[in-house]
Design a binder for this molecule. Sequence first.
Ligand SMILES: C[S@@+](CC[C@H](N)C(=O)[O-])C[C@H]1O[C@@H](n2cnc3c(N)ncnc32)[C@H](O)[C@@H]1O
Length: 237
Amino acid sequence: MKIQTCFAALSFSIALLALACKGDTAPEGTTEKPSPDSTAQPEIGDSASLQKLLNEYDPPGRDVWQRPEVVIGKMGDLSTKTVADIGAGSGFFSRRLAQQAKKVIAVELDERFIQFMDSIKRVELKPEYQRRFETRLATPSDPKLRPGEVDIVLVVNTYIYIQNRVAYLKNLLNVLPEGGKIIVVDFKKKRMPIKYPAAKIRMELYEVENELEAAGFSNFQSDDCSLDYQYIVMAEK
Ligand SMILES: C[S@@+](CC[C@H](N)C(=O)[O-])C[C@H]1O[C@@H](n2cnc3c(N)ncnc32)[C@H](O)[C@@H]1O
């Protein structure tokens, strides 16, 4: 699809969402007060805030430094695998995963992003890929995944916003089969042109590893080099 067409579709989707959200009650997951280091959850129906979040999540040129093909490549052959994309946001990764995996479950606690992904997938993806792309509304403490439902859990640019992380990771461990994988991608704590998230709320790679280990994950494979601004931590059940 041409970039102009994509952009027009994106703008149309945001406009539709603004109308759809107007007057909605707050969805599950947005009513809790965020902790000091969590993302502020703007009010439902505020399309400017949705646009602002989309600009923050998917700044121009993100593909260049995010290198989604490298991150997805770490997962190996996905043709028989189901991947949960925790904190899927605009679906930057879910949209790509749907074209390679047996299935992707885009887990999100902000209902506006669930609606955004549901509309954008119809515009961007062929019907065969749309069928493999499921959105799922979650709560801050529960990804709403069933045991055995997923083979791989992906957490991109979301890990630092999860509250009670070790308990949350234990939940994910229970959901995964033996040998199931978790992949966490997040920003390094170093000077870089990317201003969001603020350096003070970023986590060191070893802190992520420690929490994964505390939750019961093992067989760590961490990659601090492939991405300029981010690390990739992989671990197994
Ligand atoms: C910075 S965005 C990253 C979006 C996406 N992963 C990406 O890389 O483009 C973080 C997203 O995680 C969501 N989020 C935060 N905590 C969550 C949780 N406990 N469960 C599900 N989603 C969560 C937020 O609503 C937000 O959309």
